[in-house]
Design a protein around this ligand. Structure first.
Ligand SMILES: C[S@@+](CC[C@H](N)C(=O)[O-])C[C@H]1O[C@@H](n2cnc3c(N)ncnc32)[C@H](O)[C@@H]1O
Length: 190
């Protein structure tokens, strides 16, 4: 089931990409950045807005000790993530990242929480405050990333993150198609 889904057109379309090659090359800088960080062995990684889990799948393929988690509001993307990462199907939750989620009760801390910061610009201050607090409490590190459309609107990932009031972030990758940056949550102001 996994193999046939991964070979299907939905594999990249679920995540908003027009080709599989485009999706894979957009994921590569994120995978490289996370693999390159120290302290990543057996890291628990939560992708907020995980789509069908293809990014988490690339990460666990690059380092099989990574433990993936995801929150996704689109039901079919969420179900696909459970197919793609079948061994971790209990780690995926359907729901809006701005609502409370069982994922926050899965343990003390995630080593990395992945977030496309533009999501914070789509919601009310009350909603974003809720998510910010959850991230502060449950993430050791926040990794923010964005793809071409958001980057061309804001220039780069640092400008986008600043527009979302994320501070003390360090760029890990910066190109016109993908931006990645990291904040250690103890050291930034949400
Ligand atoms: C561009 S895809 C990215 C998927 C994956 N993280 C990646 O980098 O390939 C964005 C995903 O976030 C989901 N999403 C958007 N807003 C969300 C929200 N408020 N809560 C949960 N999921 C959300 C969308 O349904 C979509 O599947």
């Amino acid at each position: 089931m996994k193999a046939s889904f991964v070979c299907s057109e939905n594999y990249h379309r679920d995540n908003g990409f027009t080709s599989r090659k485009g999706m894979m090359s957009a994921h590569q800088p994120l995978v490289k950045a996370l693999i390159g960080l120290e302290r990543n062995r057996c890291a628990r990684i939560l992708d907020l807005g995980c789509g069908n889990g293809a990014l988490l799948e690339s990460l666990t393929r690059a380092d099989p000790t990574f433990v993936p988690y995801g929150v996704e509001h689109n039901f079919s993307h969420y179900r696909h993530a459970q197919i793609v990462l079948d061994d971790y199907r209990e780690h995926f939750f359907q729901g809006d990242m701005f609502d409370d989620s069982p994922v926050w009760s899965m343990g003390e801390k995630f080593d990395f929480v992945l977030l496309m910061p533009g999501r914070l610009l789509e919601r009310t201050p009350l909603e974003t405050r809720f998510l910010r607090k959850k991230i502060m409490r449950h993430a050791k590190n926040l990794v923010v990333y964005a793809y071409g459309d958001w980057l061309s609107r804001f220039g780069d990932i640092i400008n986008l993150a600043s527009a979302c009031r994320l501070q003390n972030i360090r760029s890990l990758h910066n190109s016109s198609s993908v931006g990645v940056a990291i904040a250690t949550t103890g050291r930034f102001k949400l």
